[in-house]
Write a protein that binds this ligand. Structure first.
Ligand code: MF3
Ligand code: CO
Length: 254
């Protein structure tokens, strides 16, 4: 069931979205060689608290998961695509780190992610970050009242494949609102002119995940972290947006 939000509800979601943006800015500024992802996650918990928000991730347990999610945020390094569990792993120069975070504020959720460079990164990593951010922007540009989910997936795929990279298949973008994951689920790949029709008032967490190599993934031993099977680099950018008649309204920005 797709829940259409009123303008007032979207305003509430924007308040949660600003916390997400502040978190990514504040914690992103601390990303450097030598820091652990657990330290960054603790900092994220403090940022949420300072804004009167909580994490919609911690304790989250969808039907298919064997244990509740243990972090305030997801911290995915290099080949880890999504749902990376914060740990005592120390970041090193040349790593790329995705911080994926949500904020729950006054009963509303916003969800966002950004991939950061740790020190000096390779040319391939730089290209991957640029292309994944571009894929997110292309997806947002394709997200308007009357367009279809396949238009959005095709827009992402076009940008990504032009650079020889691949979009994820096993994870989708998704509705967000009172719940972290709501309908509709929007594949990050697709064929233009197909699929569900986007309507004004839908709120979507748009999240292309891009792999430098093949899109196949595997679950790591912690039972949450999803990694590229071939071990190559991956990136992930995400904004929560509200569909409108014209350009979508980006809620996770300051
Ligand atoms: N942005 C991620 C997603 O929509 C957030 C996952 S939270 C987790 O999949 F708890 F499931 F890890
Ligand atoms: Co999400």
């Amino acid at each position: 069931m797709i829940v259409i939000k009123t303008a007032a509800e979207i305003a509430s979601m924007r308040r949660a979205g600003r916390v997400v943006a502040a978190l990514l800015q504040d914690v992103g500024a601390k990303v450097r060689p030598g820091v652990t992802t657990l330290e960054l996650d603790q900092l994220a918990g403090q940022v949420l608290e300072r804004h009167g928000a909580t994490s919609p991730f911690i304790g989250y347990q969808p039907a298919q998961a064997r244990k509740p999610y243990p972090g305030f945020t997801c911290m995915s390094v290099n080949e880890q695509v999504v749902h990376g569990v914060p740990s005592t792993r120390r970041l090193v120069d040349g790593d790329i780190l995705t911080i994926d975070c949500g904020a729950l504020l006054d009963g509303w959720v916003a969800d966002g992610a950004w991939t950061f460079a740790v020190g000096t990164i390779s040319a391939e990593a730089r290209e991957l970050l640029q292309v994944t951010e571009q894929a997110l922007n292309a997806a947002i540009a394709a997200s308007r009242n009357g367009n279809q989910s396949g238009d959005v997936g095709a827009a992402m795929q076009k940008v990504v494949e032009a650079h020889g990279f691949n979009v994820i298949r096993e994870h989708t973008s998704h509705g967000v609102g009172r719940e972290l994951h709501e309908d509709p689920h929007i594949p990050n790949h697709g064929k233009a002119g197909t699929g569900l029709r986007l309507r004004t008032g839908m709120t979507i967490a748009m999240e292309p995940m891009v792999l430098a190599g093949h899109y196949a993934t595997q679950l790591q031993d912690d039972e949450w972290t999803v990694a590229a099977k071939d071990g190559r680099l991956t990136a992930h950018f995400e904004h929560t947006i509200a569909i409108q008649d014209g350009d979508a309204d980006i809620l996770t920005r300051l």
